[in-house]
Design a protein around this ligand. Sequence first.
Ligand code: MN
Length: 498
Amino acid sequence: MPYKDIIPTNPNIDDLMVQIKKYYREQDTEMVQLAYDFAEKAHRGQMRKSGEPYIIHPVATAMILAHMRIDPNIIVAALLHDVPEDTSVTLEEVEKNFGPDIAGMIKGITKLGKLKYRGVERYIENLRKMFVAMAEDIRVMIIKFADRVHNLSTLDSLPPKKRFRIALESLEIYAPIANRLGIGEFKSLLEDLSFPHVLPKEYLKTDAIRQTLVSQREVYLQNVMEVVKTELQNSGIKVINVHGREKTLYSLYRKIMSRGGWDNTEQIYDVVAIRIIVDNLADCYAALGIIHKLWRPLKGRIKDYISQPKPNGYQSLHTTVFCIDGQIVEFQIRDRSMHDEAEYGIAAHWHYDEKGSRLPSKDIFWAKELADIQKNILEKLSDIDELKVDFFKNRIFVFTPKGDVIDLPEDATPIDFAYSIHTDIGNQCNGAKINDQLVSLDTPLKSGDVIEVFTDKNRKGPSVDWLKHVKTHQAKSKIKEKLKTEKSKWLKIILPKK
Ligand code: MN
């Protein structure tokens, strides 16, 4: 859905509460109100660059999340997300009022900090911070997406250079991350809000083409939707919803570019696809069968993303058929849970329902995914000449038994891990377990591993061999340092005193 259809220009607390009261329990609406009062008081007197009271920003951020029916704790954290960084109220005070879980999320957002571009190297460093924060608690990233979406919607008040940079970053980094996490809703919002600032001419051209293509087929597709709905119902399939899904502008632009440019746009027939939501998985296949009985499918255009989901978890059946009057129409069929997954992806785990159930905040199943995303982004950035090769060393994210994230280079070993926790732990390291399995100290670590190291207080220090197995500069220098002092002690014993 376009941003302006979700969020009013300058939303206030009443707008937010209307949205909240639609879905959330009474105690949750009270907590949201308390968080608003707290944030409003803290930000009072502050203005945004656009000249509006600052509180509009956290309210809009919270509203974007409420629109997605995200867990109320995340909405509360969104309302408070700029308080410790921008006001005199501290994180400790936030924690005292709202508890450690919410304070933890806000701490994560504050650690990410404000976007201040100071050269590419610092930028890569910030990106790394972002990935560590994500690995620690993915909810931080969900809030960051909403924060960014609102900032993008108010970019006009910034100078052109800054506007371009923020929009480009959203398009090249934030949107692909949202996509990999399967949050289609954020991916679309981030792309379509950034697009006009990055490629203004192309944006206008694409918009004009979409309007033409959509209006040409509006009546026709309406008719197809009526027909298909009736046919499905007559066959005993419970249809939850049939609607037209318009391609977002940026994905339409990419399609135009991939098909040879502006002269070939008449043949793009999936600007609007027909999306059918049914009650259950079996009905997805039954509906596909009925559509194929009515209209002949195009060869090679049937895609079963149910039995073979996309890497980000997306599930649906896609088919393209010669429809009424031989016109080409694309259908997408899915059930309700697949639909939720497609719109909200990883965020669906914090999708609000009556039970209020949710995953623990520290879960590590996406750590491998994260390392992948990071690799893609760094590859993309590798075109920039001024970057030092060192920054491209792929990073992995591993965990202490308590769930703290340690960020290490690829092929790092338990020794690197031990030194990154504490020099003494490194020096006295005597053994290690990876995911509860005893391993040798030179075993390469993988993203998502949980590492436990054992120390021996009587251990004299590191072995020279360790230098062959460590990947971090930190471990290397600490080992050398320790070996040097050991050696000089030993020398003192055997060498006669002067
Ligand atoms: Mn913010």
